[in-house]
Design a binder for this molecule. Sequence first.
Ligand SMILES: Nc1nc2c(ncn2[C@@H]2O[C@H](COP(=O)(O)OP(=O)(O)O)[C@@H](O)[C@H]2O)c(=O)[nH]1
Ligand SMILES: [Mg+2]
Length: 331
Amino acid sequence: MHFVDEAEIFVKAGDGGDGCVSFRREKYVPKGGPDGGDGGDGGDVIIKADANLATLLDLVSQKQYFAGDGEGGKSRKRGGADGSDIVIKVPPGTIIRDTDSGLVLKDLNAPGAAVVVARHGRGGKGNARFADSVNQTPRHCEEGRPGRSRNLRLELKLIAEVGLIGAPNAGKSTLLSHISAAHPRIAPYPFTTLQPQLGVVDTDGFRRFVVADLPGLIEGAHEGKGLGDEFLKHIERTKVLVHVVDMAPADGSNPVEVYGSIRAELEMYGGKPAERPEVIAGNKTDLPEAEENIKKFQLETGINPVPISAVTGAGLRKLVSEILNLFQDGA
Ligand SMILES: Nc1nc2c(ncn2[C@@H]2O[C@H](COP(=O)(O)OP(=O)(O)O)[C@@H](O)[C@H]2O)c(=O)[nH]1
Ligand SMILES: [Mg+2]
């Protein structure tokens, strides 16, 4: 599967229903009055930001959206039913552009924000509306107006809600590729050679989130080396950190010390990231030394790491559910 943070769609609002031409037929009334009802209005096409979405993937499988048409008016002044609106859900942060004019229609930056991207056609008036003292038997009505149609281009600036941190070789990249359903294309960061790697985690369709592997945070980032402002913004926006700790380090280093030094770097970097809730992933449990190290880690830090193996996939479900729990706690 290929990740998409851009999507092109076609939308069409509902046409208005035509007005009706009809005359009342009543016993003993030689000429009934006009009683054609109005056509119903078409439905709007609405795009709404939904906090449960993190990507534009759904819009790749469906590219055309039609709101309902209004029904025609009927006799006895009955109006046609209105067509139903259609609501397209996108993640917050989606920018909507008219493809043909290139103009930005809306930046849906807040959850719940919505915009009508194609306005409905009005229903036409029935002949009952055209009766007056001069013309008591109008034989004309209005046609419904067409709903607006449009080509739209949606762009999503990805917001990584989860940041992966940890020492080099802890297993961040391996973990990211194992839990990601897709790897988004990312814009180049001009002032750095370090690229955050992004992955989209699909949690049984319940909630998607974007994870960013944040290499180099510990390699002098707080001194302004290497990382551009854009990248730093990525880190600032994360809601949860996953701190990957190698529990079977090949160089014999002490996982507790390594963990502490990464935390110290994070504190030095300052600001919000250090305050983010953190899940500790005790990685490489497929190696024999890990068990002992995890016990030691628990004893010395009082923290219970989630034991995982980024290579075999063991413990990754548990890790993802811990992350989801932190979101539910309001992170
Ligand atoms: N045995 C084992 N090796 C792992 C595991 N996770 C990562 N590695 C290995 O550790 C090395 C560093 O992994 P990588 O994902 O590149 O670490 P990063 O620097 O944190 O991105 C690679 O050789 C991986 O194959 C694991 O769960 N078990
Ligand atoms: Mg890596």
